[in-house]
Design a protein around this ligand. Structure first.
Ligand code: GLA
Length: 385
């Protein structure tokens, strides 16, 4: 856990000013992968690793940013027509620009950023950064924060400033997470329901493969385009559908053969994943962890075979987990092509799971994975300590 007193002190030394601290969580998605941009269902949980931003207002409409991760200081003027740049502060620029365009007046600010969310590991470090900064900028300008509006502005920032046509899941959970709960989100209506992650005898364990393959962003955008193509083609048989969310499994079975590959497989993943996600919510509510675990396993297989966003390292981690008697289920989590797996593990065997997973993975891949036992954490907030 970060020491907030030290962090405040670091800020004072840098900027000779007293900061306010804002933090937003990373997330792990329990199930519902690549469904959010298809108007579908997701079940993410905020994790107890946060991005923290220390901020103090400025009077000249400029933003200065420093990060404990990068040496370079970035400075820019706050204006709605800010353009993307190729540096680490793009997410800061993006969320500031999108809030301005959403007609919020903002004040300039000095920022110091630190993150406990591992960067580029598929745990949404960028959404945590966008949301912590966006929330802080709104607070410094004395706005009331509308969490859904903030999530949508940050999603737009990701589209325009990072070039990934992402869904809303990551930004939404950072804004609306509830401690001790996962969030079932209907990504069409943005209705959500907090589902208790009340796992007295189980733990959510995230294993970081420590690899990130190139092309993740272009492959992501391509998958999105393939889903849109599936909708266009299916609409010829199923008039009125707007997205894959609108296609029932039975209907799909009837028309699947009309789709060329790989469009058919992509659609098959999304349609079955939506059904699995709704079933998983029910299983979690009923405490049926074995059933939940089976759905996780099926989700991974579908992501590997049909959606083709897994990779050797993630498949290996899931396979290792599948051999361990303490594991209810395991799957890749997030966009894929590297990053993390999420594992539901019996509480009293977490230690042996961690040791055996690390050893088996290192043996084959030659890399030591990082492993995080995660608690369901709360949404973006001001830290007053
Ligand atoms: C990334 C995106 C999300 C979502 C997942 C896949 O994390 O940011 O919007 O699409 O991939 O489920």
């Amino acid at each position: 856990m970060m020491n907030f007193q030290d962090f405040r002190q670091q800020f004072r030394q840098l900027y000779s000013n007293e900061p306010r601290l804002f933090s937003a969580p990373g997330r792990v998605n329990l199930i519902g992968e690549h469904t959010d941009y298809n108007d579908g269902f997701v079940l993410p949980m905020a994790i107890d690793r946060r991005t923290v931003v220390a901020m103090a207002p400025r009077n000249d409409g400029r933003v200065r940013c420093l990060s404990t991760e990068f040496d370079e200081q970035i400075e820019f003027e706050l204006k709605a027509d800010l353009k993307p740049a190729h540096d680490w502060a793009n997410h800061v620029r993006g969320v500031a620009a999108c809030l301005l365009r959403d007609e919020y007046n903002l004040r300039g600010a000095d920022l110091l950023i630190a993150s406990e969310v591992p960067l580029g590991a598929g745990l949404s470090s960028s959404a945590a950064l966008e949301i912590a900064v966006g929330y802080g900028l709104l607070k410094l300008a004395e706005h009331l924060v509308d969490p859904v509006r903030l999530a949508l502005a940050a999603q737009k920032a990701e589209h325009e400033f990072a070039g990934t046509q992402c869904g809303v899941m990551d930004q939404f959970i950072a804004c609306l997470a509830r401690e001790g709960h996962a969030l079932k989100i209907d990504c069409r209506t943005l209705e959500y329901e907090a589902v208790p992650v009340d796992l007295s005898d189980a733990r959510v364990v995230v294993v970081n493969s420590m690899v990130k393959h190139e092309l993740a962003s272009s492959e992501y955008n391509q998958r999105r385009a393939e889903c849109e193509e599936a909708v266009r083609r299916l609409a010829g048989h199923l008039p009125g559908i707007q997205s894959l969310r609108d296609v029932e499994l039975e209907e799909f079975d009837q028309w699947a053969d009309a789709l060329p590959e790989p469009i058919r497989r992509r659609a098959n993943h999304v349609i079955t994943e939506n059904a699995r996600t709704l079933a998983a919510v029910e299983a979690l509510q009923l405490g049926q962890l074995s059933h939940f675990g089976k759905l996780m396993k099926a989700s991974h297989e579908s992501l590997r075979e049909d959606y083709q966003v897994s990779c050797r390292e993630l498949d290996l981690l899931v396979e290792i987990a599948g051999r361990h008697s303490a594991v209810y289920g395991a799957r890749m989590t997030g966009g894929g092509f590297g990053g993390c797996t999420v594992n539901l593990v019996k509480a009293d065997e977490v230690e042996s799971f961690m040791a055996e997973t690390a050893e088996a993975y290192r043996w084959v891949i030659g890399i030591q994975p990082e492993i995080y036992v995660c608690q369901a954490s709360g949404a973006v907030r001001e830290e007053n300590q």
